[in-house]
Design a protein around this ligand. Structure first.
Ligand code: FE2
Ligand code: FE2
Length: 163
């Protein structure tokens, strides 16, 4: 199954893993080891996913005129996601402020992946051959592993982040 899995099904599988991680994080409290460990896993998983998704899928969609705008939109959101993760990492986990920020992040991230699944992927599929999709799947698999291994929790307050 996994071998023949389509790029879009593979990305959705990651998204479902992200939804599960967000849910588990929401159930943690204070500055617990569990919250710290889950947040680190979420950060590496999301940063690795976004980079690999850009390299495998969005790079191709960027250079097709009908999908350039959607691609720009999503890649800009990836940048915002990274900034929000860094801002969360720079915020004291034991505080109510952290939970408030995390709830906003949860909402925004779910919006991003819902939009990819419901709007972008079906639109992209119209412009791709089976061969494109196979190649993307292979690139995603390889890059996700490497990008996730290199991803780090890098605390940086939103107000200090350079645009
Ligand atoms: Fe994305
Ligand atoms: Fe995604």
């Amino acid at each position: 199954m996994t071998q023949n899995q389509d790029i879009f099904a593979r990305l959705k599988e990651d998204h479902d893993r992200h939804r599960d991680l967000l849910e588990r994080l929401m159930e943690t409290s204070g500055e617990s080891d569990q919250r710290r460990a889950l947040f680190e896993e979420l950060t590496k998983e999301l940063k690795g996913h976004a980079s690999a998704e850009e390299q495998a899928l969005y790079s191709t969609m960027m250079r097709k005129p009908p999908t350039t705008d959607d691609t720009r939109h999503s890649v800009a959101e990836h940048h915002e996601i990274e900034e929000a993760l860094n801002d969360l990492a720079a915020t004291d986990m034991a505080t109510a402020a952290w939970l408030t920020k995390f709830k906003t992040f949860d909402h925004d991230y779910r919006h991003h992946i819902d939009e990819e699944e419901e709007e972008h992927f079906p639109e992209f599929a119209e412009h791709l051959t089976d061969e494109d999709r196979q190649w993307m799947r292979a690139v995603f698999e390889r890059r996700k592993r490497e990008e996730k291994a290199e991803a780090e929790v890098t605390p940086e307050k939103k107000e200090d982040a350079k645009e």
